[in-house]
Design a protein around this ligand. Sequence first.
Ligand SMILES: [Zn+2]
Length: 83
Amino acid sequence: MKCPNCGKTISNQAHVCRYCKTKIVRESDKMADKLIVSGKAAIICGALLALIGLALVLTGAYRMGGIALVIGLATIYLGKRLG
Ligand SMILES: [Zn+2]
């Protein structure tokens, strides 16, 4: 591959151009970063939802709380698989 900054040929596995020291960012790396970020966001959202569900169950809203709890836990599970 070619360095996007100086145009010299560098290794496909290089993370930094050895000529101009430019950081090489690949699309696949960006995708992985996004997945990790969205995974963490999903875990946080899922945890919040599960907490809300738990609070609802404790206050007697079993059906609503149960649904929120299940969705929250499923979201945490998905987030863990992503990130
Ligand atoms: Zn370069």
